[in-house]
Design a protein around this ligand. Structure first.
Ligand SMILES: Nc1nc2c(ncn2[C@@H]2O[C@H](COP(=O)(O)OP(=O)(O)OP(=O)(O)O)[C@@H](O)[C@H]2O)c(=O)[nH]1
Ligand SMILES: [Mg+2]
Length: 293
């Protein structure tokens, strides 16, 4: 059975109560917000593009952040920069874990405030800090970004989706206040190929998918990329880690072969290991989305 058929049978859907509730609160809070910091996963900038974002941004300023830049190669980042530029957008690339690119994001958010306070002064009002909300899919690094912007750990940031449960304002400086929000996700995931990538990248709750299925799909995606765009990948990522070359296998076959080769035939263990290795960066910098050509 092909991967496509497989994941159609196992529809990936995840819309827990806390996200539904958070979205409602978010709508309320958006009235008080000047800037939206939209955070996406640099490995999957298309799959982490939320269909409602335009509506949430409205007439507010928007800063587009592609986080986890350490998880793609510089040549992939360049392609995205060019692609976003063609769409008339500027993408800020960050590593919220180690701090790269954070200063530029902070500057962009505060720049929106200069205008805001000029307008306030013109109307005889006192200046106030810019209010920015950080919105994005679960686990893309929103809370880590806030901690980096503040220079200390104020909000909880952990390696699993659904960590932030409630909206919370954090004062960054006299110029900037940030609202940390729980990860949002469409109530219905229409695009199952994108849903699969969310699962592989750990940007969706693990109750919603099957490890073996997404591990097999991951190998298929990797094989396709290796064939079409080898220069955008590290050299033989699976072969170098597991001493087993995937190129002559389908994803599903490879998973079973890997289980035999290293995990005493335990296919579930092989699947978990491969996915965990990818998420931790042990397979190198592998993008799952590339700019549409
Ligand atoms: N490699 C890498 N890891 C990152 C980066 N940014 C954040 N992380 C890690 O990703 C995990 C998730 O980060 P969070 O800040 O909790 O993500 P979040 O978007 O707030 O997640 P939710 O609150 O669950 O929606 C944490 O383990 C972070 O340390 C990054 O740029 N690179
Ligand atoms: Mg969070």
């Amino acid at each position: 059975m092909s991967t496509t058929q497989n994941y159609k049978l196992n529809l990936i859907q995840w819309y827990p109560g806390h996200i539904a509730k958070a979205e409602k609160n978010l709508k309320e809070q958006l009235k008080r917000v000047d800037v939206v910091l939209e955070v996406r996963d640099a490995r999957i900038p298309l799959a982490t593009n939320h269909p409602q974002m335009k509506e949430w941004v409205g007439s507010k300023a928007r800063v587009l952040v592609l986080n986890r830049v350490d998880m793609i190669l510089p040549q992939v980042r360049s392609l995205w920069i060019d692609w976003f530029r063609e769409q008339g957008e500027f993408a800020y690339f960050t590593n919220a874990q180690h701090g790269q690119g954070i200063a530029a994001v902070s500057k962009a958010a505060q720049a929106a405030g200069v205008e805001l306070n000029q307008r306030r002064r013109d109307r005889g009002m006192l200046p106030r800090p810019v209010r920015a909300v950080v919105i994005g899919f679960p686990n893309v690094g929103k809370s880590a970004l806030i901690n980096r912007l503040l220079g200390k750990r104020v909000v909880v940031s952990e390696a699993r989706p659904g960590v932030t449960r409630q909206l919370r304002w954090v004062r960054i400086s006299d110029q900037l206040e940030l609202l940390d929000a729980p990860g949002v996700i469409p109530a219905k995931l229409e695009n199952q190929a994108a849903a699969l990538k969310l699962a592989i990248c750990d940007d969706i709750g693990e109750a919603s998918y099957d490890n073996q299925l997404i591990a097999a799909a991951f190998v298929d995606i990797l094989n396709e990329l290796q064939y079409a765009e080898p220069s955008l990948l590290p050299k033989e990522p699976l072969k170098s880690r597991y001493e087993l070359d995937p190129t002559s296998y389908t994803g599903d076959e490879y998973l079973h072969a890997l289980a035999e080769h290293r995990y005493k035939g335990d296919v579930e263990r092989a699947a978990r290991q491969m996915i965990t290795d990818y998420r931790k960066g042990f397979l190198g910098e592998i993008p799952l989305d590339l700019p549409p050509s």
